[in-house]
Design a protein around this ligand. Sequence first.
Ligand code: AMP
Length: 436
Amino acid sequence: MTKNPELQNSKNQFSKEFKSLNIVDPILNAIQQEGYTTPTPIQAKSIPIVLRGTDLLGCAQTGTGKTAAFAIPILQLLSANKEYGKKRRIRSLIVTPTRELAIQIDESFKAYGRHMGLKTTVIFGGVNQNKQTAAIRGGVDVLVATPGRLLDLINQGHITLNFVEIFVLDEADRMLDMGFIHDVKKIIKELPRKRQSLFFSATMPDEIVKLASTILSKPSQVTVTPSSSTVDIIKQSVYFVDKGNKNALLVELLKDATIKTALVFTRTKYGADKVARMLQKKHIKAEAIHGDKSQNSRQRALKNFKEQTTRVLVATDIAARGIDIDELEYVINFEIPNIPETYVHRIGRTGRAGEKGTAFSLCDAVEKEYLKDIEKLISKKISVIEDHSFPLVDHNPVKAPKQQQQQRKRKTGSEKPKGQGKDNKKKRFNKPKKKR
Ligand code: AMP
């Protein structure tokens, strides 16, 4: 959790805004213990809606405080109708695409609900199920789950969703990207018809809007645009460099000892492995994280990075999106993404909750076009660092056939609008293997 120590120490600063949201004292105390003083926009907008019992369609990405926006009112609603003396049963279900997100959501429920006496547990695939089924047998109020493992345990008879009062579908667009949509549809069939549903997605392509309409009933819509606010506080700069010199420039940048940790983005899984190996050879502690790695190895790499035993985490977009790393100051784009929103998602891993953030981008001649799109989206020029050891020499490199094709499509307008449609989505991310 991102905690701002200054705010943590100044209880007096705890804002009237939080109090005005009609949050009960035990949760307010927990929020204060987390060091939060002011609700984020998504929290200020969503908490009253959820507390009223209305369905919610939230257009927001991780990093906006979205977890608390649903966890706080859910905890409050569940505790208001606590069924004393009865065995606990799953009254709220949160479905999220990845194990990392599931763990973070579970931790958030435990943190905000620490004075509420409710029980939360988390289930995900890739590990033995026995501990998870034992926890469920012991009774839980809130279940956080990834789709595959949830369906497995439903099919095995360990879980029933008959008593779910509040259902949350988190990161719906990512579910689609990861091929979980059929699992999600199966899960929805298991839910009682009478329920409150909250649906969150960072983007709203047609398929997501259609899915939302099958889940939600008369929803209130809340949209937050983290992009501009996040982008404003992050120090961004770009280095023009030949493709073949990117490794050397990266190593040079990392000579700066003040960079304790850095998250480096590559476009492909293969690229992530290659960069990590290259850094290791240069005696820079680095690990790669992407969809082809096992759950355990991803989790281990993330843990090492958080504990700063690994200095550089090299990640693909899909593996890194949603990862919440405390005090991450540096994001490095080893390659410039061809979808400008991806750039915003990437740099949004830093500068979270008002902390400092720095983003470097290594841009070769071919990628200059992508940079233009990014600057248009964020409505600002990214400052160019001229003074470095590997200035761009080759201004007209031969483009790879794939890149040529992509650029032609953009120019002729035959590609679907950005962020809309499955085909486009496929280009944005490396589709990881479906995991159960
Ligand atoms: P999320 O979008 O839920 O992943 O949250 C992003 C980060 O913001 C997490 O590290 C939260 O601990 C933190 N956070 C959530 N709400 C607040 C708040 N009101 N004030 C400060 N930090 C917050």
